[in-house]
Design a protein around this ligand. Structure first.
Ligand code: SF4
Length: 93
């Protein structure tokens, strides 16, 4: 009788998952805002409130957490995705 799945495939997928997890656990994430490009829409703030402060003088976004805590990595990526000016860069090192 054939197994319901390929053992080698499961093993390989497990290895890949562990490698990806290790990469995430070992890298630091940084968020940079290009203040020349930022137009103060504030969408980044709504996507990742804990990461940004909106500057009173011009409404531009300032990063207030660096490096990004692990639990906010997803929110940081989302904030970059929603920025209509593409002013946010995610750096992982
Ligand atoms: S969403 Fe983009 S343009 Fe708007 S405040 Fe944030 S960084 Fe600036």
């Amino acid at each position: 009788m054939q197994p319901a799945y390929d053992d080698r495939l499961v093993k390989r997928l497990t290895e890949i998952a562990i490698q990806e997890w290790a990469k995430t656990a070992m890298t630091k994430m940084h968020v940079k805002v290009d203040l020349e490009a930022c137009q103060g829409h504030g969408l980044c703030y709504f996507a990742a409130e804990a990461l940004y402060e909106i500057r009173d003088s011009d409404g531009r976004a300032i990063v207030i957490l660096d490096p990004v805590p692990d639990e906010l990595r997803g929110a940081a990526r989302k904030s970059a995705e929603v920025c209509p000016e593409r002013a946010i860069t995610i750096i992982e090192e």
